[in-house]
Write a protein that binds this ligand. Structure first.
Ligand code: ADP
Ligand code: G6P
Length: 479
């Protein structure tokens, strides 16, 4: 591994009383061909959600910096104390692309793609989880609160507890926890349950996930449970409960309300030829997000004559994601082909029905897109929560606009007033898109008002406070 100097200010390693551990740091290290180095915001909802949490709780963030074969010293970036964990190129392949994203990700998302099980990937997962546990043990003060995140690090709670019984350990899973029948396919099913039980509090997005976990702990590990409490093998009590994650609602609403955002939103609409109705999709380019079916539904609506080509536009923003994993490469090709076909078949000069943008944008641009869109289309086949749905709602201060939302996103449990769809049902989706578009302003406002209140009251602060308060009440730890 080659040592690398971060462009941000280097700091001596320090200890912290609050430590967040996630596969990724909030920034990725990017090296340009001329050798210069940049730090770029990492993709995905976990980072969106956690940045504001870390700004309010002084602490350290332990995670990978996104580049293989490089050791980076702990450093401060934009006020956050970051502790990089190195991964070799083969660990990126086996632990990150392999076990995390080709075994666990599809298994936990309803096996939408077939999970692959390889023993070498598991071995790498164990080695890397141990490295994260060691790095965390080194920065956590005596009695510190440690909050471990997501499916890439499910063994860390137990590994950490073995080294540091003085810590208070929380774990939160950002993706769905699967039904027991699917979970049981995993050759290492018991080890992962035991890994999670190293925590004092295990959090899930929705109550169904917590229930699946409790059921598995009873059936597979033969441990007693009472409501949401588990009596662990070492006599500790572990709590498993749901905490629906959220966004920095007030911060985003303020950005959306800014005059510059309004101007940019108007400009976006003008550049699209001032459509009467602007549909918007915003996702990581992931097969769980239901992108193909959604665009197919939209294309068919124009083809059928239910939508007028001159009156509508669909903007689909798709952040590049996990580009070396086969299923993601395949999806990228499928998207290119589908968008090309729809635009080629039914578009005309100056009026491509779909504008497809395969890149990442700053928050200001995202807020302008949300403001510009009349119908937000969020149709994942399965999603732990989906922050995009909440972000759209937060940006609609005039209580206009419509959210079409998959029943299979965790967010659907809270945003009941969305136009809910089964993303596998293309005809049903077409009907809902038209209904959302044509509904009266009064109905739209009524729905949006209730949803806006929900995301205002249940924002990321509320989420973090609820979880951390519960964690603080966990049984006292050893001295
Ligand atoms: P996931 O965590 O699976 O990616 P979420 O919807 O929960 O899905 O979170 C996605 C986050 O990434 C949101 O905060 C969203 O604003 C952000 N995002 C998605 N696409 C883009 C993009 N093209 N540019 C910038 N941010 C994006
Ligand atoms: C989801 C996962 C996160 C992950 C993010 C981006 O939100 O829950 O753990 O960080 O996607 O994916 P990536 O593989 O690029 O980190």
């Amino acid at each position: 591994m080659t040592p690398a100097d971060p462009s941000a200010s280097a700091q001596p390693p320090a200890t912290a009383s609050f430590v967040v551990v996630a596969n990724r740091l909030p920034v990725d290290r990017v090296e340009h061909p001329d050798g210069s180095v940049d730090w770029r915001t990492s993709p995905g909802g976990l980072v969106t959600a956690f940045e504001p949490v870390m700004r309010r709780h002084d602490g350290a963030w332990v995670g990978w910096h996104g580049a293989p074969d490089e050791e980076v010293a702990p450093f401060e970036n934009d006020g956050l104390q970051l502790v990089p964990v190195p991964l070799s190129a083969s660990e990126v392949e086996e632990y990150y692309e392999g076990f995390s994203n080709t075994t666990l990700w599809p298994l936990y998302h309803d096996v939408i793609a077939a999970p692959e099980f390889h023993r070498e990937w598991w071995d790498a997962y164990v080695v890397v989880n141990q490295r994260f546990a060691d790095a965390t043990a080194a920065v956590a003060e005596q009695g510190a609160v440690v909050w471990v995140q997501d499916y890439q690090l499910q063994l860390v709670p137990a590994m950490l507890r073995r080294q540091r019984p003085d810590l208070r350990i929380g774990f939160f899973l950002h993706i769905p926890f699967p039904p027991t029948e699917l979970y049981q396919q995993l050759p290492w099913r018991n080890q992962i349950l035991e890994g999670l039980l190293g925590a004092d509090l295990v959090g899930f997005q929705v109550s169904g996930g917590a229930q699946n976990f409790l059921r598995l702990v009873r059936a597979r590990l033969r441990q007693e449970t009472h409501r949401d409490e588990i009596r662990a093998a070492d006599g500790r009590t572990v709590v498993a409960r749901s905490y629906p994650i959220s966004i920095d609602t007030a911060g985003l609403a303020e950005l959306a309300a800014a005059p510059a955002t309004a101007e940019r939103a108007a400009e976006i609409r003008r550049d699209l030829g001032d459509p009467k109705v602007l549909f918007l999709g915003v996702d990581r380019l992931d097969y769980t997000k239901g992108l193909l079916a959604r665009l197919r539904a939209f294309g068919e609506l124009i083809d059928d004559g239910a939508l007028e080509l001159d009156e509508v536009a669909f903007v689909q923003v798709a952040t590049p994601s996990r580009e070396r994993v086969d299923e993601y490469r395949q999806l990228r090709d499928d998207m290119d082909r589908l968008v090309g076909r729809i635009n080629g078949d039914i578009g005309r000069i100056g009026r491509p029905p779909i504008t497809y943008l395969h890149s990442s944008y700053p928050r200001e641009e995202m807020a302008a897109l949300y403001r510009a869109a009349d119908v937000m289309v969020v149709t994942p086949l399965r999603d732990g929560m989906n922050l995009v749905a909440k972000e759209y709602v937060a940006c609609r201060q005039a209580d206009d606009g419509a959210l079409v939302l998959s029943e299979f996103a965790g967010a659907a449990k809270e945003l009941r007033q969305a136009y809910l769809v089964n993303p596998y049902d293309i005809n049903g989706m077409k009907d809902r898109l038209v209904e959302a578009m044509d509904d009266s302003p009064r109905n739209k406002a009524r729905r949006m008002r209730v949803m806006r209140r929900q995301v205002a009251e249940h924002d990321i602060d509320h989420w973090a406070t609820t979880f951390l308060d519960d964690l603080a009440q966990a049984q006292p730890t050893a001295d």
